[in-house]
Design a protein around this ligand. Structure first.
Ligand code: SIN
Length: 522
C-alpha cells in the first residue's frame, strides 16, 4: 500500500465515535476483570512482599496500587516498603547465603530445575499476569515467560559447571590454583518492561553459583515477581535466598547501596538511574552490572532484501509496543531503497492490531502509563515542528487510555530529539543516508551502544559494518536477536557487564588465587 493510501486509512480511524471507544473499553475491562478473578482464585496474585520466606506487609501498613495500563482498573495493592523491610531482607539473604553457598552446584541445580518446571507448568497464568500489569499482548507475554524460564533452566545447568583453574607455576615447589566463589548477597533492581525475564536473567545465575538475592521489581509490575518468588519457594529454594521488596524506590536503593552485606548491585533501567547506582556503589566498592538505555540504529542498505528488512525492522521496532532497550530507535535507510522501504514499512505497520493484550489477535498493547504517552507525543511534536512527515499514525489511538497509534515518521534527521534520545514507544523515525561510511557515522554518533541492526545482502559489507558498530549486540538481517545463550549488554553508556549466556554467571563470582608453597618433590 502506498503512503498516501495509508494516510487515508489513518484518517478513517479518526471518525471512530466516542461510543465505539467506550464500548471497547468496557469490553476490555470485563476481559481483564475476569482474568484478575481467575488469578486471585488460583493464588497467583500475591499481595505481600517476601522477606526471609515469609509473606509480609509494610511495617507501617502503607500500600501501593497496581493498575492495568490497558484499562486503568485497579488490580490489587501491594505493600509500600522502604528501609526497614529492605534491611530485614538483606539480613535474611545474608544468613541464608551462609548455607546456600555450601551446597554443591548439583544440589542448587536441582532446585533451579524444579523452579523452571513450575514456571513452565504455569506459563499461562504468569503470562496473563504480565499482560494485566504490563500490557503486552498475550502472545508476547507467553514468549517472555518462556524466555524468562529458559534463563532458570540454562543456569540450573551452569550451576554444575563453575570451573576453577590450575595455573602453570613458574616455581617447581608451588602449585597455583584459581577458585571461583559466589560474590554474596545481590541487590537486583528490575524494570517493568519484562516483569519476569529481567529478574530471572539476573537471579538465575546468582542463585546458581551460590549467591542470595534481594529483588526490587518495578512498582508498576510487582505481581509477576511475587508469583515467580512463590514458585521458587515451592521449588525448595530456601526461605531467604530470594526476597522481594517494593515501594519507595530511592529508600530501597539507598539501603541496598549502603549495606556492606550487599556485595553486588545488578540493575536494568534508565542510564540516569544506572549512573546514580554506580556512584552509590562506590562507597562500599560493590560489583555492579548495568543494563541501561539504548538508541538502536537499524540500517537498511540498498542491497537489502526488502521483505526481510521490513519484517526485521517491524520486529525490532514494535516488540512490546517499542518499549525495550533493544528496540530500533532510528531506521537509517539508504537513498536508493528509501521510497520502496518507507511504503512497505508503513503498510506493514498499518496492519498491527492495537488493543488490550488479552484480546486474541492484538499485536500492540498500551504504553505503560500516561507519562510514556506524553513523552512520545513530545518527540513527535519536536520532529514534525522540524520538518518530519507522519507517514502513518502520529496520534493517540481512538481506544483512548494509554493506547498510541503505531507510527512511522519520514524525513527525520539527526537534529530531532527522536533520533538522539530513546523513544520507548511505537514510533519509527526514518532517516536517509547516502554511503556506508555515513551510515556507520550516524549509527555510532550517540552515547548509547546496546543493540544495532543491519540489513544487507552483501556478506563483506555485513562484516565491515558489524565490526565498525560500537554496540554490544548486532542483528544482521534479523530484528529479534535476544536469546538465553548469547551475551546481552552494551558498549559506552548502555551499561557494564553481560547477562545471559556462559558469560553471565561470571558477574556473580569472585576469583580467588591460591598458592600452595613449599611442595616437596619426591
Ligand atoms: C530490555 O529491554 O532490557 C531487554 C530486552 C531483551 O531481553 O530482549
Amino acid at each position: 500500500m502506498s503512503i498516501a493510501f495509508a494516510a487515508m486509512r489513518r484518517s478513517s480511524y479518526t471518525i471512530c465515535t466516542t461510543w465505539t471507544a467506550t464500548f471497547h473499553l468496557r469490553k476490555m475491562s470485563a476481559e481483564s476483570l475476569a482474568a484478575v478473578t481467575r488469578l486471585k482464585d488460583s493464588g497467583f496474585i500475591k499481595t505481600q512482599g517476601l522477606v526471609g520466606g515469609k509473606w509480609v506487609d509494610a511495617e507501617d501498613g502503607k500500600t501501593l496500587k497496581v493498575e492495568n495500563p490497558a484499562t486503568g482498573d485497579l488490580i490489587c495493592t501491594v505493600p509500600y516498603m522502604g528501609q526497614k523491610e529492605t534491611s530485614q531482607a538483606i539480613s535474611s539473604a545474608y544468613e541464608t547465603f551462609q548455607s546456600w553457598k555450601k551446597l554443591s552446584g548439583a544440589e542448587r541445580s536441582k532446585h533451579l530445575r524444579k523452579w523452571y518446571d513450575l514456571l513452565t507448568a504455569h506459563k499461562e497464568e504468569l503470562a496473563q499476569l504480565v499482560t494485566l500489569e504490563q500490557g503486552k499482548p498475550m502472545k508476547e507475554a507467553l514468549g517472555e515467560i518462556t524466555y524468562g524460564a529458559d534463563f532458570v533452566e540454562f543456569y540450573a545447568e551452569e550451576a554444575k559447571r563453575v570451573y576453577g583453574d590450575l595455573l602453570p607455576s613458574p616455581l617447581t615447589d608451588r602449585r597455583l590454583l584459581v577458585l571461583k566463589q559466589p560474590v554474596g548477597v545481590v541487590g537486583a533492581i528490575t524494570p517493568w518492561n519484562f516483569p519476569l525475564a529481567m529478574i530471572t536473567r539476573k537471579i538465575g545465575p546468582a542463585l546458581a553459583c551460590g549467591c542470595t538475592v534481594v529483588v526490587k521489581p518495578s512498582e508498576l509490575t510487582p505481581l509477576t515477581a511475587l508469583a515467580a518468588a512463590e514458585l521458587a519457594l515451592q521449588a525448595g529454594i530456601p526461605p531467604g535466598a530470594f526476597n522481594v521488596v517494593m515501594g519507595n524506590a530511592s529508600e530501597i536503593g539507598d539501603t541496598l547501596l549502603a549495606s556492606p552485606q550487599v556485595r553486588k548491585i545488578t540493575f536494568t533501567g534508565s542510564t540516569a538511574v544506572g549512573k546514580k547506582l554506580m556512584a552509590g556503589a562506590a562507597e562500599t566498592v560493590k560489583k555492579v552490572s548495568l543494563e541501561l538505555g539504548g538508541n538502536a540504529p537499524c540500517i537498511v542498505f540498498d542491497d537489502a532484501e526488502l521483505d526481510v528488512a521490513v519484517k526485521g525492522a517491524l520486529a525490532a521496532k514494535f516488540r512490546n509496543s517499542g518499549q525495550t532497550c533493544v528496540c530500533a530507535n532510528r531506521i537509517l535507510v539508504q537513498e536508493g531503497i528509501y521510497e520502496k522501504f518507507a511504503n512497505a514499512f508503513a503498510d506493514a505497520v498499518q496492519q498491527l492490531q492495537v488493543g488490550n493484550g488479552l484480546t486474541e489477535g492484538v499485536a500492540q498493547g498500551p504504553l505503560i502509563n500516561e507519562a510514556a504517552v506524553q513523552k512520545v507525543e513530545s518527540f513527535i511534536r519536536d520532529a514534525t515542528n522540524k520538518g518530519a512527515k507522519v507517514l502513518i499514525g502520529g496520534k493517540r489511538h481512538s481506544l483512548g487510555m494509554t493506547f498510541y497509534e503505531p507510527t512511522v515518521l519520514g524525513n527525520t534527521n539527526t537534529e530531532m530529539l527522536i533520533s538522539r534520545e530513546e523513544v520507548f514507544g511505537p514510533v519509527a523515525p526514518l532517516l536517509r543516508f547516502k554511503t556506508e561510511e555515513e551510515a556507520i557515522h550516524m549509527a555510532n554518533d550517540t552515547n548509547a551502544g546496546l543493540a544495532a541492526y543491519v540489513f544487507t545482502n552483501d556478506i563483506s559489507r555485513s562484516w565491515r559494518v558489524t565490526e565498525a558498530l560500537e554496540y554490544g549486540l548486532v542483528g544482521v538481517n534479523e530484528g529479534l536477536v535476544s536469546t538465553v545463550v548469547a551475551p546481552f549488554g552494551g558498549y559506552k553508556q548502555s551499561g557494564l557487564g553481560r547477562e545471559g549466556s556462559k558469560y553471565g554467571i561470571d558477574e556473580y563470582l569472585e576469583l580467588k588465587y591460591v598458592c600452595l608453597g613449599n611442595m616437596k618433590s619426591a
